[in-house]
Design a protein around this ligand. Structure first.
Ligand code: BGC
Length: 448
C-alpha cells in the first residue's frame, strides 16, 4: 500500500480527535456573549454571575481528574466519546434550562466534557501520530481551539442579529449540539490508541490498528518498541513520584502555568474592552474579537508547519521573545500620556500572533509527549489541571490587578512571568522533536 493512504488515514484520525479542541474553544468563549443577556433576564447579582461563569471551570477541573481513571479503565476512545456526549448534553441542557440553577448544572456538565477533552484529545493525537509529525498533529488541537473561539464569536453575533429577544442565550448554547454530534459521528471511525491497547494486553488489536496507519515495517518496529516499553514497566507501580518522572513533571506543570500567566485569556477576553476603553473603534467589540480571533487561528499554522522542522524549543524561545517585547510595549502605552490606540492594537496583535505559534500549541505538544505510557494519563492530567487552575487564578486576579495596580503593572507582570518562562524554556526544557514516545525517557535521563 502506498504512503499517501497512511497519511490520509492518520490525518483523518488526528483532525477528528482535534475537534475536542474546537468544542473546548467554543464552550469557553460562548459564555462571553451569553452572560449579558442571561444577567438581564434573571437579574443576576455579582455572586450568581460569578457562579455561572466559574461553573464551567469547576467542571473542567473535575473532568480532568476523572479523565485519567476512566481512560485507563475504559479506553481513550470511549472516554472521549463520553466527553463529546457531555458537550451535547450541556448545549441542549443550557438551551432548555428553566432557570439559573439548571444553567449552572448544564455548564458544569459541559465543563466536565471540556476538562476530559483537554486531557484526551492532545494525548490521543500524540499516541497516534508518527514521531516525525507529532508536533504538527498535536498543533491541530490548538488550531481547533482557536477555530472554536472564533466560531463562538460568529455564532453569538449571528444569533444576536437574527433574534433580538431576551432569550438569545438559549440558541447561543444550543448550537453547540451540532459540532458535538458531528464529533461523535466522526469519532466512530477512529480506532483505539495502540499504546492503550498494548497496556491492557491487547497486542493483536494494537497490531491491526498500527497496520492501518503505518507502512508495514514501521508498524512492526513501533509495536515491538511499545511492547518492550510495556514489558519494562511491568510490575512497576505507576507512580508520579519516580525519579525519572520528576523532571518531565516539573517541565509540564511549569509550562502549563506559565502559558496562562502570559495573560492570554485576559487579552483574548478583555482585549475588546481594553480597546474600547482606550477609545479605539467606537462600540464594536465584535470587530476586535474577530480580529484577535483570526490572528490567533492564522498564526497557529506556523506551529503546524514548523514545530517538527525547527523544534519545540526554537518556537518557544522565539515566540516568548515577541511576547515579552509586545507586553512591555503595551504596558508602556498604558502609561498616562503615552496612549496611542492604533499602536496598542498593533502590539496586542503581535502578542497574539507570537502566542499562537509558540506558547499555545507548544505547551500542549510538550505536555503530551514527555511522559512514558505507564504514567502518561496521570501525569498529563496533573499538568492539564495546572492549566485550568492557572486559568482560574488569572480570571480571578486580572480584573482586581487591573483596578488596583493599573494596566501597565498588569501587562508588565505578564511580561515578567514570560521572562521566567523564556529562561526556563531555553535552559531547562529538552528538545523532543522527532523522538518516539518510547525514546522520550532517554531524553530526560541523558545529560542536557
Ligand atoms: C490555552 C487556552 C487559550 C487558547 C487561546 C490554549 O492553548 O490553553 O487557555 O484560551 O490557547 O488560543
Amino acid at each position: 500500500m502506498n504512503e499517501p493512504i497512511f497519511s490520509t488515514r492518520i490525518n483523518y484520525i488526528c483532525l477528528t480527535v482535534a475537534i475536542g479542541g474546537l468544542l473546548f474553544g467554543f464552550d469557553t468563549a460562548v459564555i462571553s456573549g451569553a452572560i449579558g443577556p442571561i444577567k438581564s433576564q434573571f437579574a443576576l447579582d455579582a455572586v450568581q454571575e460569578g457562579w455561572l461563569v466559574s461553573s464551567g471551570l469547576a467542571g473542567c477541573i473535575g473532568g480532568v481528574l476523572v479523565a485519567g481513571v476512566l481512560s485507563n479503565r475504559a479506553g481513550r476512545k470511549r472516554t472521549i466519546l463520553l466527553a463529546a456526549a457531555m458537550f451535547f448534553a450541556s448545549g441542549i441542557g443550557c438551551a432548555v434550562s428553566g432557570g439559573v440553577t439548571g444553567l449552572i448544572v448544564a455548564r458544569v456538565i459541559g465543563g466536565i466534557g471540556v476538562g476530559m477533552a483537554s486531557v484526551l484529545s492532545p494525548m490521543l493525537i500524540s499516541e497516534f501520530a508518527p514521531a516525525s509529525k507529532r508536533g504538527q498533529m498535536v498543533a491541530y488541537y490548538q488550531l481547533a481551539i482557536t477555530v472554536g473561539i472564533l466560531l463562538a464569536y460568529f455564532s453569538n453575533a449571528f444569533i444576536i442579529s437574527w433574534m433580538k429577544e431576551e432569550e438569545v442565550w438559549r440558541p447561543m448554547f444550543g448550537v453547540m449540539a451540532i459540532p458535538s454530534v458531528v464529533f461523535i459521528l466522526l469519532l466512530i471511525r477512529v480506532p483505539e490508541s495502540p499504546r492503550w491497547l498494548v497496556s491492557v494486553g491487547r497486542e493483536e488489536k494494537a497490531r491491526q490498528v498500527l497496520e492501518r496507519i503505518r507502512p508495514a515495517a514501521q508498524a512492526d518496529k513501533e509495536l515491538s518498541d511499545i511492547g518492550r516499553a510495556a514489558r519494562q514497566s511491568e510490575g512497576k507501580k505507576a507512580s508520579l513520584w519516580e525519579g525519572a518522572i520528576r523532571l518531565p513533571l516539573v517541565i509540564g506543570i511549569l509550562l502549563a502555568v506559565f502559558q496562562q500567566f502570559s495573560g492570554i485569556n485576559a487579552i483574548i477576553y478583555y482585549g475588546p474592552r481594553i480597546f474600547q476603553e482606550a477609545g479605539i473603534g467606537g462600540n464594536n467589540a465584535l470587530v476586535f474579537q474577530v480580529i484577535i480571533g483570526s490572528i490567533n487561528v492564522l498564526f497557529t499554522i506556523i506551529a503546524i508547519v514548523f514545530s517538527d522542522r525547527y523544534g519545540r524549543k526554537f518556537l518557544l524561545v522565539t515566540g516568548l521573545t515577541g511576547i515579552i517585547f509586545s507586553l512591555i510595549v503595551c504596558g508602556y502605552l498604558f502609561q498616562p500620556g503615552h496612549m496611542q490606540g492604533v499602536v496598542l492594537l498593533v502590539f496586542m496583535l503581535i502578542y497574539i500572533a507570537c502566542f499562537a505559534f509558540s506558547l499555545g500549541p507548544v505547551t500542549w505538544i510538550i505536555i503530551n509527549e514527555i511522559f512514558p505510557t505507564r504514567v502518561r494519563v496521570q501525569a498529563v492530567s496533573v499538568c492539564t489541571a495546572a492549566v485550568w487552575i492557572a486559568v482560574w487564578l488569572v480570571g480571578q486576579f486580572f480584573p482586581w490587578l487591573l483596578e488596583k495596580a493599573g494596566a501597565s503593572f498588569t501587562f508588565w507582570s505578564f511580561a515578567f512571568f514570560s521572562l521566567i518562562n523564556f529562561f526556563f524554556s531555553w535552559k531547562v526544557v529538552r528538545e523532543t522533536k522527532g523522538k518516539t514516545l518510547e525514546e522520550m525517557e532517554t531524553v530526560f535521563i541523558a545529560p542536557h
